[in-house]
Write a protein that binds this ligand. Structure first.
Ligand SMILES: [Zn+2]
Length: 109
């Protein structure tokens, strides 16, 4: 069962609300229980946000690898490949971050 702190928005997982909010210290009476439908949405958003962060992590790795490849600059084909990979990695990173920001704005986290 999920509980939401009405003071700070923290989502708590447990059979009952916590004695004190782990984030802001509000008492249990400030928690409201979430419906199964609301809880399912939060679990789906939680997993989706984790996936977006992982994709962002790998895109950052691609960007770093591409920069090393560009530093070596073996030949024009390599430079073109690494330049393209670096650009696409940037787009993937920014797209993931923008989507996470939208989720946070809509309380999908
Ligand atoms: Zn709180």
């Amino acid at each position: 069962m999920l509980w939401k702190c009405t003071v700070c928005g923290l989502i708590y997982e447990g059979d009952s609300a916590p004695e004190k909010c782990p984030k802001c210290g509000a008492p249990a009476s400030k928690f409201t229980s979430l419906s199964k439908e609301e809880a399912d949405k939060i679990y789906a958003a939680d997993r989706t946000n984790d996936l977006l962060m992982e994709v962002e992590y790998y895109a950052a790795k691609i960007a770093k690898l591409s920069e090393e490849g560009l530093e070596i600059g073996l030949d024009p084909g390599c430079i073109a490949s690494f330049t393209g990979a670096n650009r696409r990695a940037w787009d993937i990173k920014q797209s993931c971050k923008a989507e996470i920001a939208i989720h946070v704005g809509k309380e999908k986290f």
